[in-house]
Write a protein of this length. Sequence first.
Length: 190
Amino acid sequence: MYLYWLCSYLIGNILTAWWVGKWKKTDLRVMRSGNLGARNAGVVLGKQAFILTFLGDALKGTLIVYIGFYYHFSLEIIAIGGLFVILGHLYPFWLKFKGGKGIATFIGVAIFLTPLQFGVMAACFFVIIAILRSATLSMIIAFAFYAILCWIVPDFFHTWPLSFAVLIILIRHRFDVEESWGERWWKKKD
């Protein structure tokens, strides 16, 4: 079990954006946001880089859940593995603990571990984006809703470790929210 969690963290350290950047001869750590995630890869290197990075980061989350199911670990132990793979993505030891923001890896974990709960979160996202017209704010509200479901729906309680992953992801996105609202305010003034 402890080896599983350690492996989860180490697999989380495989940052797809870093490898895509190497392939494209670009250090994403010094471009735009400096974030080693799909969004920054897409902005700097284009749609192909976004797709490759998103899929690579999501697949490592899915892999951890698959390994947990393969060894018949409890759902709670697998959810802790999911938390560790996300922490590895956010805080890779070999890059001075500066990684991505965890969205794709979280999606890879959640969609495979808790498809129903993920579906509720996705529905929440689409409803809110139709109202607010802000992907960042809609994502934050949907993720917060996922975390709340972990604690209030008995069938989802085994996912409680992922509520901590959501909290850390939301903290990592706090500046995006400020930027999003700031951009909208300035556009209204023009």
